[in-house]
Design a binder for this molecule. Structure first.
Ligand code: FAD
Length: 332
């Protein structure tokens, strides 16, 4: 959130100074673990309408941001396929009903027959009788984009204080061990690091696995509807796939558990026979900053803005929330 907002502010001519408790690679951020899905329709399965509306706005804004960063290679507009095994069709039907409830036009969520699925994804058609297509969804290579944002900000002369833990963000003030720093505006985008000042904030653990599967050629994001093992798959370059994600009520960021790995990999293997010989390349764990209502919050108080509670949707929501924060600052 902080990097996207800093970039947008800088582009509008504001002088931006960043404080981050992490080192230059920023590994402590949940954003470094994210799958980078920009999937407002698929998220309607569990998210509120507000997330959907903000997500649609972000889908409009991301291409401009990506263009300004010259990072088109990190943005993919392949859409999503939502599938369920024949015995779990009721879950797919329920999701269809949810889309209807939200008045999603049929052209944004066509149902593909087995034959239509086979025409583009023969492996998936071996296991699934139909798929719901969400053709306007996109994804971003999240980790790489964070690096591009950092480099872009540094190239533009933004001051970036690394390894600098901020204890408090108050009205026009950033307070660190080095003292109190005064600014026209202070913006708190510390995610879970803001817990001391936002006590209702909690961490929700998520684990992801990256695999290399030369026998699989899937070019869309895939969501598996399942009674126990919900899975999504995000394609990366050269037959690599990111699969995720667990959602566990804890702020423990230690390595992936055996149970989570078994569940994610079993669900993966049930998607496509070619995953049997896939190689596990990487696992990662992060904690999503969540508020009790699972909605994002942008709170302005004089020269202070706090943006938090991005939960499962930091990449999906960041451009729209940055736009809202910018409007507050410009309208002041
Ligand atoms: C497994 C997993 C998968 C996900 N997949 C997706 C996805 O596909 N699509 C999507 O949209 N979202 C996804 N998310 C959610 C997304 O990662 C988060 O919503 C997002 O990272 C939250 O952004 P943030 O900037 O608020 O917090 P973070 O990303 O956690 O960033 C917080 C920043 O504040 C800094 N900081 C913290 N404390 C301090 C302090 N005291 N002083 C100074 N700096 C501090 C940190 O170093 C970091 O740079 C996923 C998350 C997880 C865990």
């Amino acid at each position: 959130m902080g990097r996207v907002l800093a970039w947008q502010l800088q582009q509008q001519g504001f002088q931006v100074i960043l404080y981050d408790q992490a080192s230059t690679d920023g590994e402590a951020a949940a954003a470094f673990v994210a799958a980078g899905m920009l999937a407002p329709y698929a998220e309607l399965e569990s998210a509120e309408s507000d997330v959907f509306q903000l997500g649609l706005r972000s889908l409009e804004l991301w291409p401009q941001i990506i263009h300004s960063l010259k990072a088109q290679h990190l943005f993919h507009a392949g859409g999503t396929l939502v599938v369920a095994h024949p015995q779990d069709q009721a879950y797919l039907q329920r999701f269809q009903q949810q889309l209807q409830y939200h008045q999603i036009a049929p052209e944004h969520s066509p149902l593909l027959s087995k034959q239509q699925l086979a025409a583009t994804n023969s492996g998936l058609a071996e296991r699934f009788d139909m798929a719901l297509s969400l053709p306007t969804e996109s994804w971003i290579y999240a980790r790489e984009l964070l690096g591009v944002l950092q480099q872009g900000l540094l190239d533009q002369g933004v001051q970036w204080h690394h390894n600098c833990a901020v204890a408090k963000v108050n009205n026009g003030q950033i307070i660190s061990a080095a003292g109190v720093h005064h600014f026209d505006w202070a913006i708190d985008c510390r995610g879970l690091g803001a817990q001391a000042q936002i006590p209702q904030l909690r961490g929700v653990r998520g684990e992801v696995i990256e695999v290399h599967a030369p026998e699989v050629d899937i070019k869309q994001m895939v969501r598996l509807m399942h009674p126990h093992y919900r899975l999504y798959l995000v394609p990366r370059d050269n037959h690599h796939y990111l699969l995720g994600a667990t959602q566990i009520e804890t702020d423990d960021q230690s390595n992936i558990s055996v149970r989570s790995a078994l569940e994610l990999l079993s669900a993966l293997y049930s998607l496509h026979p070619g995953f049997a010989e896939a190689r596990i390349v990487r696992t990662a764990t992060g904690c999503r900053p969540a508020l009790p209502d699972h909605l994002p919050s942008v709170v302005t108080d004089n020269q202070l803005i706090r943006i938090n509670g991005l939960f499962r949707h930091g990449f999906l929501l960041a451009p729209a929330l940055a736009e809202a924060a910018l409007a507050q600052i410009q309208g002041h």
